[in-house]
Ligand binder design. Structure first.
Ligand SMILES: Cc1cc2nc3c(=O)[nH]c(=O)nc-3n(C[C@H](O)[C@H](O)[C@H](O)COP(=O)(O)OP(=O)(O)OC[C@H]3O[C@@H](n4cnc5c(N)ncnc54)[C@H](O)[C@@H]3O)c2cc1C
Length: 489
C-alpha cells in the first residue's frame, strides 16, 4: 500500500481555463497580474516562494464551487489561502506555476451572530480579530486567540486546527467549530452547518476536515461557539527554580483555580534575558533572575478581577510557603498584565535577533514535558557543540516552542540548510521517542512533509493517503502539502 497521495493529473495551464474562470468570477475575482499576486506567493516567514497561474478570489460558496468544478475539468491544482499567516508554508504554491491560489479573503461576512445561542456563523475569510470585536460588542467572546489574529482567517484557523494561548481551558479550533461548510474536490458542497450537540450519524466529517490543511476540501463557512465575555481577569508572573516545579505548580493551580485557569506559559531565563535585551523599554517583573518563569492567567464570566486576583494570590502564597516557587507578582491592573504578555509574545523576535535558529513546534504528553526538556536540551547541546537549546511556551498543553540557536558565527540562510536540518531531524527523533508530535499547532504544510512521512505511524499515514485518494482522486487540492504529491504524469 502506498503512503502518498494519488498522482495529480495536471492539465496544461491554458487560456481556455483562464477565460472561463474570469467569466465565472469577474475581474475582481481573478487576476494574473504579477504585482497583485506577488504578496501572496511567499509565506509569512519568508521561507517559501512559489509561482501561480492565477489568483482567484471567489465572492461566494456558489462561485467557489463552480470554480472548483472548472479546475477539476482542466486538472488545475488549487492552493487554498486565507490570511497567509501560516507557519508551515501550507498556503504557498510550488514553483511550477501550474496551480491557482484560491483566496477566501473576499468571503468575509459574519452571516449571523446569535447572542442567545452563543454562536456565530462566519464565512471562511472572516479575520479572527473581526470575530473577536463582533463577539465583544455582544458581551461575548470567541475563546481562541493567537499572535496572528490580525491576519489569520476562520478558514485558515480551521484548516490548521490552530491553538494559541487559551487551549488549556478552551481547546483548539476543533473545540470551537459547531458546524462546517466546505467545497470538495469535485465541486460538491458539504453542508454540515447545523450545530447539533448530539449527532451519531456515522463519521464526524467536520472533524475530518478540521486540520486537513486544504487537502480534503475548501472550508467556506463555519458555525462557531461563543462564550459569555470575561468579567474578571488575573495575571501573574512567577519565578521558579526548575521546570519540574512548574508542572507541580500547574497541577496545584488547576485544583485551586478550577475552570478559571486559562493559560500557563513557561519562560526560561535565557528567553527572558533575550527579550529584555531586545526591547529597551521592557522590565523584568521580578527583582531577581530565576532559572524558569511561569506566566499564568485566569479569567471568569462571573468573578471580577479583584476576586480572581485574590484567588490567584492565595494559590501562589501556598506555593511560596511550600518552597515550590521562589517569587511571584500578580498584575495590579490590565496594563501590567499586558506588559507580562508582551514579554512572552516578544520571545520569538528576540531569539531571532540572536542569530540563525531551528524552531520546532512540538508536543509530548503534559506529564512528560519537564523530563523531555531536561533530557533533550543537554543532549542536543552536546551533539551539536556551540548550539543553545531553549524551550518555552504552553506547558499547560504539553506544547513548547523548542528553538535550537546556531553556534556563534553561523551564517543565516546557510546554517539552517546544513547543520540545522540535522539538528531538526534529531529534535523530531527525540520527540517521537517520547511519544510526542512533530507539529503541535502549526501543521505540516510543505515544511514537514518528509519528516511526517519518516516518523509517523505507517498505518496512520496509509489511512490518510486512502482518505485523500477517496476525496480528491485527481490530487488537485493543495498538492505536496501534508502528504507527499507524486510527480505529474
Ligand atoms: C505572529 C503569529 C503568531 C501565531 N501564533 C500561533 C499560535 O499561537 N498558534 C497557532 O496554532 N498558530 C499560530 N500562528 C499561525 C497562523 O496564524 C495559523 O496557522 C492560522 O491558522 C493561519 O490562518 P490563515 O488564514 O493565515 O491561513 P493561511 O496561512 O492562509 O493557510 C494555512 C493553511 O490552511 C489552508 N487554508 C487556508 N484557508 C483555507 C480554507 N478556507 N479552506 C481550506 N484550507 C485553507 C492553506 O492551504 C494552508 O495549508 C501564528 C502566526 C503568526 C503570524
Amino acid at each position: 500500500m502506498t503512503h502518498t497521495a494519488p498522482p495529480p493529473a495536471y492539465g496544461l495551464p491554458n487560456a481556455d481555463f483562464l477565460t472561463e474562470a474570469e467569466a465565472l468570477l469577474g475581474p475582481r475575482g481573478l487576476t494574473t497580474d504579477p504585482d497583485r499576486m506577488d504578496a501572496w506567493l511567499t509565506d509569512w516567514r519568508g521561507r517559501y516562494t512559489g509561482r501561480a497561474l492565477a489568483l482567484a478570489s471567489p465572492a461566494s460558496t456558489a462561485e467557489l464551487a463552480a470554480l472548483v468544478r472548472l479546475c477539476a475539468a482542466h486538472a488545475i491544482p488549487i492552493v487554498p489561502q486565507g490570511g497567509n499567516s501560516g507557519m508551515a508554508g501550507g498556503a504557498t504554491p510550488d514553483d511550477s506555476g501550474t496551480a491557482i491560489i484560491v483566496s477566501l479573503r473576499r468571503m468575509d461576512r459574519i452571516r449571523n451572530l446569535d447572542p442567545g445561542a452563543g454562536q456565530a456563523v462566519c464565512e471562511a475569510g472572516v479575520i479572527l480579530q473581526t470575530l473577536h470585536d463582533a463577539a465583544e460588542s455582544a458581551q461575548l467572546r470567541f475563546p481562541l486567540t493567537l499572535g496572528g489574529k490580525g491576519s489569520a482567517t476562520i478558514g485558515g484557523l480551521i484548516a490548521t486546527n490552530a491553538g494559541g494561548t487559551q487551549v488549556l481551558r478552551h481547546g483548539t479550533m476543533r473545540a470551537q467549530v459547531l458546524g462546517l461548510e466546505a467545497v470538495l474536490a469535485d465541486g460538491s458542497m458539504l453542508d454540515l452547518m447545523t450545530p447539533l450537540k448530539k449527532d451519531n450519524r456515522g463519521f464526524d466529517l467536520k472533524q475530518l476536515l478540521i486540520g486537513s490543511e486544504g487537502t480534503l476540501g475548501i472550508v467556506t463557512a463555519a458555525t462557531l461557539r461563543l462564550l459569555p465575555a470575561a468579567v474578571g481577569r488575573a495575571t501573574a508572573w512567577v519565578g521558579l527554580g526548575g521546570i519540574i516545579e512548574a508542572r507541580t505548580l500547574l497541577r496545584q493551580l488547576e485544583r485551586a483555580l478550577g475552570d478559571a485557569l486559562e493559560g500557563f506559559e513557561v519562560v526560561p531565563a535565557h528567553c527572558l534575558d533575550s527579550v529584555l535585551a531586545h526591547q529597551p523599554t521592557a522590565r523584568a517583573p521580578l527583582g531577581e533572575r530565576h532559572a524558569w518563569n511561569a506566566l499564568i492567567e485566569c479569567a471568569s464570566p462571573t468573578a471580577d478581577s479583584a476576586a480572581l486576583s485574590e484567588l490567584m494570590a492565595a494559590g501562589l502564597a501556598a506555593a511560596l510557603d511550600d518552597g515550590l516557587i521562589a517569587d511571584a507578582v500578580v498584575a495590579a491592573n490590565d496594563t501590567q498584565a499586558d506588559a507580562f504578555w508582551a514579554l512572552r509574545d516578544g520571545i520569538s523576535a528576540a531569539e531571532r535577533a540572536l542569530g540563525p535558529a531551528m524552531q520546532h513546534d512540538i508536543s509530548v504528553p503534559v506529564e512528560r514535558m519537564p523530563e523531555f526538556i531536561l533530557a533533550a536540551v543537554p543532549e542536543l547541546e552536546a551533539s551539536f557543540p556551540g548550539t543553545c537549546a531553549v524551550a518555552f511556551g504552553h506547558l499547560g498543553d504539553g506544547n513548547v516552542h523548542f528553538h535550537v540557536l546556531a553556534p556563534a558565527g553561523a551564517v543565516r540562510g546557510e546554517w539552517e540548510d546544513s547543520e540545522g536540518k540535522i539538528v531538526s531531524a534529531r529534535v523530531y527523533d527525540l520527540v517521537t521517542q517520547w511519544g510526542g508530535s512533530i507539529s503541535a499547532e502549526h501543521g505540516i504544510g510543505q515544511m514537514k512533509v518528509d519528516e511526517l512521512a519518516r516518523l509517523h505511524d505507517p498505518v496512520a499515514l496509509d489511512v490518510m493517503a486512502r482518505v485523500k485518494q477517496a476525496l480528491d482522486p485527481q490530487g488537485l487540492l493543495n498538492p505536496g502539502k501534508l502528504l507527499p504529491a507524486l510527480p505529474p504524469h
